[in-house]
Design a protein around this ligand. Structure first.
Ligand SMILES: Cc1cc2nc3c(=O)[nH]c(=O)nc-3n(C[C@H](O)[C@H](O)[C@H](O)COP(=O)(O)OP(=O)(O)OC[C@H]3O[C@@H](n4cnc5c(N)ncnc54)[C@H](O)[C@@H]3O)c2cc1C
Length: 502
């Protein structure tokens, strides 16, 4: 049998491993639920629920090409050993998994076993991330090349194999605790991913570039496709190619001032950023655990300040906009980019918490958790990459800018619903009792000033600059080969660099 091992690619379209296995001969489609993965600190019941929905949907799509999905529960090594013993595996096909240290170590164990059993394992490139990349020069060009290639869809399988399947283990069996989710949480499965993309390109995306920064508008105006990308019910290449078609249509049918133009450009850039960030973790796996810039090691205590961490995690810091964002995230599994950055900035600067514990909490909360983007962004927003401008968000100003009427705050922090829009950003100046809503956990101005002087103090030495130069060489984004030289574009590229890229 030729086994297609589904991992973070739960679809039948744009799936080279599936097409290759079918072309080789009798095919088994396999998904493995691995118990020790679900015991890791960065995953949560919400991820498992979404995964189940995607896997069930994958099963339906596989049926259409004459394949039955086999589900196995156990370690990947044991599952492959048993399948080989019972049926004889000729070869295994999968995508390269560019995820975290756990999946990397598991893949090394599987590789060792398959070598011992003389079973070849063919792994196709998963997205724009390149394994064993030698240099960042020319990366963007290779990314565009990959995204432009025609996706390989699986044909009907002439020899679909079926073997006894396990049941989906319950949350309890995996040691996972069910979340109290709101109705706004996303559901898994390819039809939903396609529907999201359709509505984004039809109407929702028109004001994307203007409305992505405020949580009042972002839930509607962002694509919300990230979770589907993280589980692979749709590929980043499929999204890129649909976006390109939409871009061509926009440029053919709208005037230069149309909001669609800036929105589609901003959206397409972010598709590249997706792989740009994952490439960093691929090239520097220690990013998940250690500060990227060695001189920033020891900057913050690794001892957890339990009270601060608890208040931040539970939306009880006394800063309404921070608390509203955290509570919204916990309930829905999603929050927009700027608010993610602000939550990290608050924990890393105002609360001066080491980024590791907060990063695990956010990983559990983000339904779209993608380690490569996640840890790179967390480190960038915490000032430990050493090469980015320091950005300490003032939570009061952000609230006033992004939620001027306090609509979002009042939705998620109902304790403050009686306050006027002028009062809601600074409830400590009103007669709201601390028993109803806590007083600020730190003084914003003092905490920001202290953090700023601590972070800049370490940045002046020649040694710091030398390490930074090496980081730039290895990881930083390069200029785009297809860049336009207009002043506006140069300015907008500068602001991305500062805010969202390194
Ligand atoms: C601290 C922090 C942690 C983050 N962790 C994750 C994570 O675990 N998983 C994740 O997918 N994104 C993460 N992001 C990036 C970004 O916030 C999300 O990709 C985005 O909010 C997802 O919503 P969307 O699909 O509507 O995005 P859209 O704005 O519609 O963008 C489309 C796609 O582009 C990619 N993208 C968008 N913004 C970024 C970005 N800044 N960097 C890299 N790729 C981007 C995503 O794949 C996204 O689905 C993080 C950002 C920060 C500041």
């Amino acid at each position: 049998m030729n086994v297609v091992w589904f991992k973070r690619d739960l679809r039948v379209s744009d799936h080279e491993p599936l097409a290759s296995a079918i072309g080789k001969g009798p095919t088994l489609a396999l998904y493995i639920v691995e118990p020790s993965f679900w015991r890791e600190e960065d995953v949560d019941a919400r991820h498992y629920q979404f995964l189940r929905e995607c896997v069930m949907d994958l099963g339906l799509h596989l049926k259409k090409i004459n394949l039955t999905l086999t589900l196995k529960f156990g370690t990947a090594e044991n599952v492959f050993k048993q399948l080989h013993q019972d049926f004889g595996i000729e070869s295994i096909y999968s995508h390269q998994e560019t995820w975290n240290d756990w999946t990397y170590q598991r893949d090394k164990r599987v590789e060792k076993l398959l070598n011992e059993l003389s079973i070849p394992w063919y792994q196709s490139q998963q997205n724009g991330v390149i394994r064993k990349l030698k240099s960042r020069n020319g990366w963007a060009k290779q990314w565009h090349q990959y995204m432009s290639n025609t996706p390989v869809d699986a044909p009907i399988c002439p020899y679909g194999l079926t073997v006894p399947s396990d049941e989906f283990p319950s949350l309890k069996k995996l040691g996972l605790v069910e979340n109290n989710y709101s109705d706004e949480r996303q559901t898994g499965g390819r039809p939903i991913a396609l529907q999201l993309l359709k509505s984004f390109f039809a109407t929702r995306g028109e004001r994307y570039s203007k409305e992505m920064s405020s949580p009042v508008t972002a839930y509607k105006s962002c694509s919300r496709i990230s979770t589907h990308v993280a589980f692979g019910s749709i590929s980043i290449r499929e999204i890129y190619q649909s976006a390109l078609m939409k871009k061509n249509e926009i440029y053919a049918t709208t005037n230069p001032g149309s909001p669609w133009r800036s929105s589609i450009r901003a959206f397409m850039s972010r598709l590249r950023w997706h792989c740009h960030f994952i490439q960093k973790l691929e090239d520097e796996p220690t990013l998940e655990f250690k500060n990227l810039h060695a001189s920033t090691e020891g900057l913050r205590d690794t001892d957890v300040h339990i009270e601060r961490l608890h208040a931040w995690k539970n939306g009880l810091t006394g800063y309404p906009f921070i608390d509203a964002c955290m509570r919204a995230l916990r309930a829905t599994g999603w929050i927009n980019f700027r608010m993610r950055a602000m939550l990290v900035s608050f924990s890393s600067y105002h609360l001066w918490l080491h980024w590791r514990e907060p990063s695990l909490h956010l990983a559990r909360m983000f339904l779209d958790y993608e380690p490569g983007i996640h840890y790179s962004q967390i480190q960038m927003q915490s000032g430990t990459t050493g090469i980015n401008a320091i950005r300490i968000y003032n939570p009061i100003k952000q609230g006033i800018d992004q939620d001027p009427d306090g609509i979002f705050i009042k939705k998620w922090v109902p304790e403050l619903s009686s306050l006027s829009k002028n009062e809601v950003h600074t409830p400590w100046l009103t007669n709201i009792s601390p028993d109803v809503y806590p007083r600020p956990i730190v003084d914003e101005k003092i905490a920001r000033r202290d953090a700023s002087s601590r972070i800049y103090a370490g940045r002046r030495s020649p040694e710091f600059k030398k390490i930074s130069a090496n980081i730039v060489e290895k990881h930083a984004s390069r200029k785009q080969s297809h860049k336009s030289k207009t002043k506006k574009n140069i300015e907008s590229r500068k602001s991305w660099k500062q805010e969202e890229l390194f």
